[in-house]
Write a protein that binds this ligand. Structure first.
Ligand SMILES: NC(=O)c1ccc[n+]([C@@H]2O[C@H](COP(=O)([O-])OP(=O)(O)OC[C@H]3O[C@@H](n4cnc5c(N)ncnc54)[C@H](O)[C@@H]3O)[C@@H](O)[C@H]2O)c1
Length: 428
């Protein structure tokens, strides 16, 4: 069997490699010629994806990459893993999905299966993508080609989790489409979970992400309330999670980051309006979570004040630019927001992140492009007035930090268990 995976990012590349490992011939397609060239040279641009794996699959000809959409004519299935961001008005931007649909449709073989994996609102696959595919291919979905939706469940940096073992929800446009999609994924993943439609599959992914967003907002709010009462939220969660049923721990932080949790829930908010419905939990969680960086900055100001330092002209080091520990993904990271807020208040801001040596250009924060992570040594660290822990990478030596830093604002409880004079540490 030969398939194509379109969009070789954090989702598409591991998926493509998993199919290739499962004896499927995989053609990876991306519009980014640099990524395609790196892959064909056996190089990886995602930290947790090993070059050895890519090189071996290239050697055995199970995997190759291209920018040429006309090669779609050779494959039996196409899996689409392109971005689904929000536009500047915070509305769904389906342009990547639509563009991909227009690019693959003219080359689609008869009876081929098209599966969308990008996170999106219910109706995208059977209304919007289907229409583009039908118009541009002059074929009918469910008759001439098959169509399905299967959401990705990536857990970057979790060593226990891999594409093969994570159950895969699949919904088809017709029962026959579902049958083809189940047959496809059964080749590469251990458990396939069929549902009755593409819309149910789309909605299940949104439920998963909204669940996280709402629960993170809950602990972020409780952090502030308990702090006012002199109670440490981390100790509370630690105690509560000993309950063996009906509780799942979520942890507070400096705000939401990554490509999914801050964005996806608002796909539903937008779509719900069409039905005259409001998504109050999503809005409230968004409000609380987006207010977190400001709360953290206030703690930094308090910590500096306590040392008779104005924030203006103070030297602040942000520890961790990636949005979560042990990954190199800094998309939508609250660290950028923190850097912005502190710089606006006149602070001199730098960052340390072993996973992000240089800041790549971003649309949202172009002013930080090209900035480099500082070195990790006593002379550098003790030179800052305050170190703000935004991400708790496990490779960081927190004992050294406790020893070297003058003052630490900790949003991740990273200093728990490190012996430091208590006046040095501010939880935020
Ligand atoms: N990153 C995650 O942990 C994660 C988890 C679950 C779901 N998702 C969802 O999966 C989708 C992809 O996310 P990602 O993190 O892999 O994004 P990404 O930005 O890492 O990768 C997307 C890739 O698609 C390519 N691309 C863009 N337009 C294209 C086009 N028209 N044709 C071909 N290639 C194109 C880009 O060059 C890029 O390589 C999104 O909808 C996201 O919400 C992501």
């Amino acid at each position: 069997m030969k398939i194509a995976v379109v969009g070789l990012g954090y989702v598409g590349l591991p998926l493509a490699l998993q199919f290739a490992r499962s004896c499927v011939d995989v053609l990876g397609i991306d519009v980014d010629a640099r990524k395609v060239q790196l892959l064909n040279n056996g190089q990886s641009y995602i930290k947790h994806i090993e070059e050895l794996v890519i090189a071996e699959l290239l050697r055995t000809r199970k995997f190759s990459a291209s920018t040429d959409f006309s090669l779609i004519k050779e494959v039996e299935a196409v899996i689409i893993c392109v971005p689904t961001p929000l536009n500047k008005n915070r509305e769904p931007d389906l342009s990547f999905i639509m563009q991909t649909g227009r690019s693959i449709a003219p080359h689609l073989a008869k009876k081929a299966l098209v599966v969308l994996e990008s996170t999106t609102y219910p109706g995208t696959t059977d209304e919007e993508l289907r229409v583009v595919l039908e118009e541009e291919s002059r074929m009918k979905a469910g008759v001439d080609f098959h169509l399905a939706f299967s959401p990705e469940r990536e857990d970057p940096a979790n060593q226990q989790s891999n594409v093969k073992r994570i159950p895969k929800v699949v919904g088809g446009y017709t029962p026959a489409c579902l049958k083809h999609a189940i047959a496809l994924y059964s080749r590469a993943v251990e458990t396939v979970v069929p549902v009755s439609s593409c819309r149910v599959a789309e909605a299940s992914k949104l439920l998963e992400n909204i669940f996280r967003s709402v629960n993170i907002a809950l602990v972020n709010e409780l952090k502030i309330v308990y702090d006012a009462m002199g109670i440490d939220i981390w100790e509370v969660i630690h105690a509560a999670k000993t309950k063996p049923f009906g509780f799942m721990p979520f942890y507070p932080g400096p705000g939401l980051g990554g490509h999914c949790i801050p964005i996806d829930p608002f796909y539903l908010t937008w779509k719900a309006r069409e039905y005259g419905k409001h998504t109050r939990f999503i809005e409230l969680a968004g409000e609380i979570n987006t207010a977190m960086p400001e709360h953290v900055v206030h703690r930094v100001v308090d910590a500096l004040n306590a040392r008779n330092k104005p924030v203006s002209r103070s030297r602040v080091l942000i520890l961790g630019l990636a949005y979560k520990p042990n990954v190199d993904d800094e998309r939508e990271s609250p660290s950028y927001v923190l850097m912005n807020f502190l710089a606006e208040r006149g602070a001199e801001v730098a960052y340390y992140d072993p996973y992000v040596p240089v800041i790549k250009p971003t649309r949202a924060h172009p002013q930080f492009t090209g900035r480099k992570s500082v070195e990790w040594d006593r002379a550098t660290i003790e030179n800052f007035d305050v170190v703000l822990i935004a991400t708790n990478h496990s490779s960081v030596n927190y004992h050294e930090l406790g020893d070297w830093a003058r003052c630490i604002v900790d949003t991740r409880n990273a200093m728990a268990g490190v012996q430091v004079v208590s006046e040095k540490i501010w939880k935020a």
